[in-house]
Design a protein around this ligand. Structure first.
Ligand code: CDP
Length: 231
C-alpha cells in the first residue's frame, strides 16, 4: 500500500486528535498534533511574561521565535508522541484552559504560523502521516490525498472538553469551557492568515452523534478507498 498524507482539520474539541491517533496507530503512520505546537509557543509566551490576560507583546514574541525549539518524542506507554519545549516535556502543561484562552491569539500571528508550518511540512515530508489542526488540508498539505473536516455542535464539544479537563484534575466550569470553545471558533475562523475553512476537496464529518468506534470505522473506510484509488 502506498503511504498517503491524511489531513484532519476542524473546530476545537471535535475529537480530531483522538481519531488521528487511532488511525495512525492502526496504519503504522506518524501522528502530528499541530495544535500542540501552537500551544507550545503560547506556553513559552506565558512563561516569559509575553502574554497574560491584560497584555500581549507580539513584537517581543516574534523577536524570541528563534529561542523556541519544539520537538516530539514518542512515548511507548502512551502510544503517541509527547511535545517538548526546549528539551522539557510540556505535554500536560499545554492542555490547560489557561493555555486554551491565549492560544488563538498567538496562532493569529503570521510569523508564528510561518515557522510552525515549515516544521510541520518537514515532519510530514515522507508521507505516512496523520496531522490534525486548522489549516492542514488548506495550507500545510494542500496536496494531501485524504482531507477530513470534523464538526460537532459547540455544546457537544464543550461537554467533551469539560470532561477531559475535569478528569485531568482542573477545576473549570462548563460555562468557561463553552466560552473558550466559542471564542476560539470565532478567532480561528476569522483571522487573516490561514483561517479555519473547509478545503474544497475535504470530506465533512459531523460526529455529534457518532461513537468513537463508528467514527474510527468511517474514517478507516475512507482511508482504504483513498489508498485503492491511487494504487
Ligand atoms: O483544543 P483543540 O484540541 O481543539 O485545539 P488544538 O488542536 O490543540 O489547537 C489549539 C489552537 O491552536 C487552535 O484553537 C488554533 O488557534 C491553533 N491552531 C492553528 O491555528 N492551526 C493549526 N494547524 C492547529 C492549531
Amino acid at each position: 500500500m502506498k503511504k498517503i498524507t491524511i489531513a484532519i482539520d476542524g473546530f476545537s474539541s471535535t475529537g480530531k486528535s483522538t481519531v488521528a491517533k487511532q488511525i495512525a496507530k492502526h496504519l503504522g503512520y506518524v501522528y502530528v498534533d499541530s495544535g500542540a505546537m501552537y500551544r507550545a509557543v503560547t506556553y513559552y509566551a506565558m512563561q516569559q511574561g509575553i502574554i497574560d490576560s491584560n497584555h500581549f507583546n507580539v513584537d517581543g514574541l516574534v523577536a524570541n521565535l528563534d529561542d523556541i525549539k519544539i520537538s516530539f518524542k514518542f512515548n511507548n506507554s502512551l502510544g503517541f508522541a509527547e511535545v517538548y519545549l526546549n528539551g522539557t516535556n510540556i505535554e500536560n502543561d499545554i492542555r490547560t484552559l489557561e493555555v486554551s484562552n491565549f492560544v488563538s491569539k498567538v496562532a493569529e500571528i503570521s510569523k508564528v504560523r510561518q515557522l510552525l508550518v515549515k516544521q510541520q511540512q518537514k515532519l510530514g515530508k515522507d508521507k505516512g502521516v496523520v496531522m490534525d489542526g486548522r489549516d492542514i488540508g488548506t495550507v500545510v498539505f494542500p496536496n494531501a490525498e485524504l482531507k477530513l473536516f470534523m464538526t460537532a455542535s459547540a455544546e457537544t464539544r464543550a461537554e467533551r472538553r469539560f470532561s477531559e479537563l475535569i478528569e485531568r484534575g482542573e477545576a473549570v466550569s462548563y460555562e468557561a469551557v463553552l466560552k473558550n470553545v466559542q471564542e476560539r471558533d470565532f478567532i480561528d475562523s476569522n483571522r487573516e492568515d490561514s483561517p479555519l475553512v473547509i478545503a474544497e476537496d475535504a470530506i465533512e464529518i459531523d460526529n455529534s452523534n457518532m461513537s468513537l468506534q463508528e467514527q474510527f470505522d468511517k474514517i478507516l473506510q475512507l482511508v482504504n478507498i483513498t489508498q485503492e484509488s491511487i494504487e
